[in-house]
Design a protein around this ligand. Structure first.
Ligand code: LLP
Length: 431
């Protein structure tokens, strides 16, 4: 293979992805068409090196700029054991939003002392599980949350370090469903209510308040709202720990140029140094920007139908990627064996297509109005940037078994989550 025969792909694809001399897509050195043949479709294909590179950009970037700091993996974005394991190996801490995510994080090798439990409706059982596991910090979200955790800590005879979540009345530009910093939010204490919560916990014999947390929203493509959130938190008093949440947006399409991890970290640390000064402990908890671009989803085209539109129907859809249906998110689509632009000799025949899923509703369209070059049944299509909240929100609608997760590195592929079977679909049915 000569250098000219290898085409590097846009920043939407995992770092290290290529198009080979035949026009095939390579992820982590593995041919996507061969992966589809070997593991079936749909499948989530993860470039392990990409995952590690972004983890290192976060950990290295933050620790170069601020002495006492930590990066927490917001594990809701991609909660499978192999991802937890890689990010634990890379030295991150972990944010969990439920007892289930806590169980997965522990299985994935996270030290419980480095786990932070979030949630606006934690159950008493989840609190007991967290305290019995030795979870380092719990992020409190309401006065009932304070009262209930205090009772559980008393019952177990322990003292627990906590942060409180503040809603700083700062919102960035994003879909309403994933905006969380506005005053009218189900999350956290408003700026006016936070002082009462701070005083309340100060009196507690079982809870020790170490700091404040905020998370203003997700898929944020501008940095300025983060700076405002830092200032709002700092104005609430002097604490040891400040956790500024996650939220950095990613490129789902080539035309999107989100801030880099380095720019984001620099801005945040600059704002923190100005607002809270040095000598604090600074935490961030990225999810999407750690994992989204590490992964592509492979599908097989089943049928092509032309009526008012051209419907290219594949073997997955809203069971493996709910994001287009929930948030109107847009994805790029390509044919994995004929990546665009690789063969100048071939006359392409691009057509505006609707990439449809296989599910029984009209809203099940993975990508609308995408240009595809004469897609044929049996061909493999790829949607890049599906690592965040794809697997996480996958489901069995229409009895579709959930897709496997395959890690690729240096030309070697391994299944880290197997495909569900038809037996799995009824494995919890007791009648
Ligand atoms: N911290 C907290 C407390 C969060 O609630 C979240 C995300 C994060 C950190 C991580 O945010 P990220 O860095 O991933 O933006 N299902 C939606 C996203 C929901 C985000 C929920 N919270 C989607 O697919 O876009």
């Amino acid at each position: 293979m000569t250098d000219q025969s290898i085409q590097t792909l846009s920043h939407v694809y995992p770092i290290g992805s290529h198009v080979d001399e035949r026009g095939h897509l390579l992820i982590g050195g593995c041919d996507a068409v061969e992966l589809a043949a070997q593991f079936g479709t749909p499948a989530y294909i993860v470039a392990e090196d990409d995952l590690r590179a972004r983890a290192r950009a976060y950990v290295g970037g933050l620790s170069a700029l601020y002495d006492d700091c930590d990066v927490l993996f917001a594990s809701k974005a991609f909660p499978c054991t192999a991802v937890y394991r890689v990010l634990a190996e890379e030295g991150l801490s972990c944010d969990v939003a439920s007892g289930g995510e806590l169980a997965l994080a522990l299985r994935g090798g996270f030290d419980p002392a480095r786990v932070y439990l979030h949630g606006n409706a934690k159950s008493l059982d989840e609190m007991r599980f967290a305290l019995e596991s030795g979870v380092g910090h719990i992020v409190l979200d309401s006065l009932h949350d304070v009262e209930r955790l205090e009772a559980v800590a008393a019952e177990l005879g322990v003292t627990q370090e906590v942060l409180i979540r503040v809603t700083p009345d700062v919102s960035g530009e994003t879909h309403a469903a994933i905006s969380t910093g506005q005053a009218n939010s189900k999350f956290g204490f408003g700026l006016a209510d936070a002082p009462e919560a701070i005083d309340r916990i100060a009196e507690s014999e079982r809870l020790r308040l170490v700091g404040l947390h905020c998370h203003i929203g997700s898929q944020l493509l501008a940095l300025e709202p983060f700076t405002r959130a830092v200032a709002a938190l700092a104005a609430l008093g002097d604490f040891d720990v400040y956790n500024f949440g996650g939220g950095l947006g990613v490129a789902y399409q080539q035309t999107q140029e989100p801030p880099s991890i380095a720019d984001y970290v620099t801005t945040l640390v600059g704002a923190a140094k100005a607002a809270v000064g040095p000598g604090k402990r600074l935490l961030i908890e990225p999810g999407r920007s750690l994992v989204a671009n590490s992964t592509v989803t492979l599908y097989t085209v089943e049928t092509v139908k032309r009526n008012v539109s051209t419907w290219v129907a594949v073997d997955g859809g809203m069971s493996d990627n709910l994001r287009p249906m929930l948030y109107g998110s847009k994805y790029e689509v390509a044919i994995a064996s004929r990546m665009s632009g690789f063969d100048p000799a071939r006359q392409p025949n691009y057509e505006l297509c609707q990439l449809a899923g296989k599910h029984c509703e009209s809203g099940d369209v993975i990508a609308r109005d995408v240009l595809l070059d004469d897609p044929q049944p049996g061909e493999i299509v790829v949607t890049p940037a599906t690592g965040a909240y794809g697997y996480a929100m996958s489901n069995n609608y229409n009895g579709v078994p959930r897709a496997p997760v395959v890690f690729c590195k240096d030309g070697n592929a391994r299944v880290v989550v197997r495909r569900e079977t038809y037996d799995d679909l009824s494995s919890r049915d007791v009648e």
